[in-house]
Design a protein around this ligand. Sequence first.
Ligand SMILES: Nc1nc2c(ncn2[C@@H]2O[C@H](COP(=O)(O)OP(=O)(O)OP(=O)(O)O)[C@@H](O)[C@H]2O)c(=O)[nH]1
Ligand SMILES: [Zn+2]
Length: 200
Amino acid sequence: MSSHSEVALRLLEEDIEPDVAGAIDLPAARSAVADLLRALGRDVNDPHLSDTPRRVAGAFEEMLTPRATSWTTFPNDEGYSDLVLVRNIPFNSLCQHHLLPFRGIAHIGYLPGARLLGLSKLARALEQFSRDLQVQERLTKQVADWLSDLLNPRGVGVVLEAEHLCMSLRGVQSAGTTTRTSTFYGELAVAGPLRDQFPN
Ligand SMILES: Nc1nc2c(ncn2[C@@H]2O[C@H](COP(=O)(O)OP(=O)(O)OP(=O)(O)O)[C@@H](O)[C@H]2O)c(=O)[nH]1
Ligand SMILES: [Zn+2]
């Protein structure tokens, strides 16, 4: 139903923290932030700035480090076959082009086959993939591929709606613009009443 991305395969290994962001060298990051501040003409000895390289490096480390999670699944003993849809999941990520946040809400659902997934895991998977330098299209597809690979469900749907601060605060300065991306697989790939349950 979907191609196996490298990240999705790593996520399948229970209790293993996915290494989506690669190793972070904190001392090098601190020194680079200090260099950036100097290059921007700032006085790094100013009392408010002197500890900023440490804070900024730490903030990026936090935002780019996925949290360890286990992916609990359950047998679908009752044969539940309708849509399981978790709506309005808030998420934050970092735009790969400008290193500025993009943030919004997600709707993630699937049509179960033999197994069900703990509901919170849909939000946790989104958070895992969000803690990376991202573009919204890739983030959307990574979550859909992960869910598809993990559960082999009859259908998968992932819809993200986000505001990109690189579009609001700078550049075109289109404040309030939201971007919607979606990936649908299997029985949800076809427009119809099931897919219509995803918010428009
Ligand atoms: N497709 C896609 N584009 C994104 C995303 N986040 C930011 N961008 C866009 O990435 C593009 C980068 O374009 P460039 O022309 O290289 O950069 P730029 O000169 O800063 O562009 P402007 O933002 O138009 O000023 C911009 O159009 C951004 O709006 C995303 O998640 N997906
Ligand atoms: Zn951007």
